[in-house]
Design a binder for this molecule. Structure first.
Ligand code: NAG
Ligand code: NAG
Ligand code: NAG
Ligand code: ZN
Length: 674
């Protein structure tokens, strides 16, 4: 390995891992002196066309509180057919099926190139993927028309055996029975009355009929699913469903002057989640909510229907003047938890000019790993293309989506795991490798990730627990194992295992080595995630102060001013949206979000990256900025025919210019090291 740069790149390609440090300080005391903790970004389902899955069960360490998976770092005695666990040092015998192994006949999981390996395992009967569309009909005609077309298009992208369902809502909620023979029925619900899961199942016919003196009981999920006409295979109903979508009308209830339409989003979602709970618990499913405005009635309402009462702003929230905020958030959180428990994920596609209540509803997607897409209208290429990408396929022609994931982290003795930040919830699994010092979602070594894509990336933070006076033996290595169990989009159950190790180094004698192992890009993203996590849970000024303390040594100028931390100029919905995306993207995309890329185009040579600062604005340059969320093109004063749009106003919004800031930073850095 010639340089750290190559080492880092290889680890990312191979294992989907980027560590803040690639040599670890060998004592707790030294580790706490580093600004950036021992931490890593991990992309559990990173696409690996060169990684054929194996078709057997992983071999586990026999120690009950370890159960680490056999991996290339384990020492193996081929003659005695024994392997030593590299996490707890337990000596384990190989299972009988490994009787034939030898130095020259090794199973894949012992070969160094399989530090990441994927197992296909048998767990229960295969179940098809499920897509339940929940569609707001209080849209403008243009939006509804465009949305209908997108939904019809999506049917052609689903695998033929996928199950689909349709719920529409406005003032009332309709759940449509999909049948391939003759007239289809729909069931209508009022949007104002809260329903228990049991009531919903009763009304949808998912209960055993009551007999004399005996109350009805829920059908077993398998029977409920079989008798349920609301979820049907695409191949059986796509013609009829295409027609049904084509015939969808705007909500027929008149909307008086000065009023908002009555939108029963809360009940519509509770019916969707109740239906899946009763029929397909613990099975991958997507609820896809398409909405064009805030919920205005019933449980989960975010604003009343009087237009003269505006939807809550950050100002209202700070003044504790947002009437529905707490109640609505609590309502959606309860729904989100029910969906998460069953591995069902909820996407929100919210297209409207004003806010739609994402702030209150975001937990639905956050806790269940769903997507959030926010736009001005359904009739935009932004929505249409983004929606299409949800159904994109990988090199095998399989969906880039997986369900019902759990991630477990195991560490060698000198390390403990402090927490995770990303689209995950704690499974509250205690164990010897769980640290008491929480960072992010902590206090556990297992997290649930209801829905994943190949880009889904978690940040994991660790604590070095080795005491200063208990040196690690020379040449010792710290190890971490990530075990991700999930339902593949082709319905197989799979287990992906990644095992990594890094050398320990003594921070007093080897500080230069540790410094040269620093991954600045990964660290910037890892620290930014901590910042965003704090911004979600603490007061704004405290978070900025925390960040300022880190700034001296870490370059995070843009993050400080970014919409991830600053709520000024952004609605509560917008802040929720930006933060949601930030905590799940991979390293490259995250870096673009923290530090947008600015390219300068001139007549004199190829485009070049320039400082994101008003000093980069020159009369004969065209600037292109990629912020992940937007591409902005700025034309200099020497005008050329515009391809996109012109930004006329000068960009003079910096409170202090980046150049001045950097000069100060350099001076500071030099003076403090002198
Ligand atoms: C959607 O937008 C396009 C272009 O702006 C327009 O031509 C089209 O008529 C719109 N669709 C509907 C249904 O209004
Ligand atoms: C469903 O499709 C079949 C055949 O394509 C047709 O005969 C039937 O009338 C359709 N039902 C509805 C409700 O459109
Ligand atoms: C997601 O939910 C977790 C709680 O599980 C919370 O701590 C985190 O701040 C949320 N993140 C976002 C971006 O909403
Ligand atoms: Zn072990």
């Amino acid at each position: 390995m010639s340089t750290y740069q190559e080492f880092i790149q290889q680890n990312e390609d191979h294992d989907g891992i980027r560590c803040s440090w690639n040599l670890w300080p060998s004592s707790r005391l030294e580790a706490t002196r580093l600004v950036v903790p021992v931490s890593c970004l991990y992309t559990p389902l990173k696409e690996r066309p060169d990684l054929p899955p194996v078709q057997y069960e992983p071999v586990l360490c026999s120690r009950a509180n370890c159960k680490a998976v056999l991996n290339p770092l384990c020492q193996v005695d081929f003659r005695a057919k024994i392997w030593a666990c590299n996490f707890c040092f337990q000596r384990n015998s190989f299972p009988p099926s490994y009787a034939g192994i030898s130095e020259v006949n090794q199973p894949a999981e012992l070969m160094p190139q399989f530090s990441t390996i994927e197992y296909i395992v048998q767990r229960g009967p295969p179940t098809p993927l499920i897509f339940l569309y929940v569609v707001d009909t209080c849209l403008e005609e243009e939006d509804l028309q465009a949305l209908k077309e997108s939904l019809q298009m999506s049917l052609s992208l689903l695998p033929p055996n996928a199950l689909v369902g349709l719920i529409t809502f406005g003032r009332m909620i309709q759940i449509h029975e999909l049948s391939c023979e003759g007239m289809a029925k729909s069931f209508v619900f009022r949007g104002t009355k809260e329903l228990t899961p049991k009531q919903i199942q009763e009304m949808l016919g998912l209960m055993k009929p009551a007999t004399s003196g005996q109350q009805g009981k829920p059908l077993a999920p398998h029977d409920a699913a079989a008798s349920c006409r609301f979820l049907q295979p695409v191949q059986a109903v796509d013609m009829n469903l295409t027609d049904l979508l084509g015939e969808l009308q705007r909500d027929p209830w008149p909307v008086p002057q000065g009023k908002r339409p009555l939108r029963s989003t809360g009940i519509a979602l509770s019916i969707a989640i109740g239906l899946l709970e009763g029929t397909f618990p613990n099975t991958g499913a997507r609820v896809m909510l398409f909405t064009g405005g805030p919920p205005t009635q019933g449980p989960g309402m975010v604003v009343g229907d009087e237009l003269k009462t505006p939807i809550r702003s950050w100002h209202d929230i700070q003044k504790d003047n947002a009437r529905h905020l707490k109640k609505a958030t609590k309502y959606y959180e309860a729904l989100a938890n029910r969906a998460a428990v069953n591995g069902h994920s909820v996407d929100i596609y919210a297209c409207a000019l004003d806010q739609t209540g994402l702030l209150e509803m975001k937990c639905l997607s956050n806790l269940t790993g769903g997507h959030i897409v926010m736009g001005d209208s359904f009739n935009t290429s932004l929505f249409k293309q983004t929606f299409q990408r949800v159904f994109s396929k990988d090199y095998n022609g399989e969906f880039r989506m997986a369900f019902g994931g759990t991630l477990e982290v195991k560490t060698s003795r000198e390390l403990k795991v402090s927490g995770a930040i990303g689209p995950c919830v704690s499974l509250n699994t205690k164990g010897p490798c769980v640290s008491d010092n929480e960072m992010g979602v902590g206090g556990t070594c297992q997290w649930k990730i209801c829905s994943l894509t190949p880009a889904t990336t978690l940040a994991l933070y660790f604590e070095v627990v080795n005491q200063h006076n208990a040196p690690v033996p020379q040449g010792g290595r710290g190890a971490i194992q990530f075990v991700t169990q999930y339902q593949h989009s082709n319905t197989q159950r799979r287990i992906r295992v990644t095992t990594i190790a890094r050398n320990w180094a003594d921070a007093q004698s080897q500080i230069q080595h540790i410094e040269s192992s620093f991954d600045q890009e990964a660290s910037a993203v890892l620290m930014a995630r901590l910042g965003v996590f704090k911004a979600e849970s603490e007061e704004g000024p405290d978070v900025l102060r925390w960040l300022d303390r880190q700034l001296i040594r870490l370059f995070m100028f843009h993050l400080r001013r970014s919409p991830f931390l600053q709520v000024f100029n952004n609605s509560p919905d917008e802040s929720s949206y930006y933060r949601h995306h930030f905590v799940r993207q991979d390293l490259t995309q995250s870096l673009i979000m923290i530090q947008p890329i600015l390219y300068s185009y001139s007549f004199y040579g190829p485009p070049e990256p320039v400082l994101l600062d008003s000093s980069s604005i020159l009369p004969d340059r065209i600037l292109l900025m990629d912020t992940f969320f937007q591409l902005v093109i700025y034309h200099g004063e020497v005008r050329i025919k515009c391809l996109y749009y012109e930004s006329g106003a000068p960009i003079l919004t910096d409170d202090v210019s980046l150049q001045v800031f950097m000069d100060h930073l350099k001076k500071l850095a030099v003076s403090s090291s002198a």
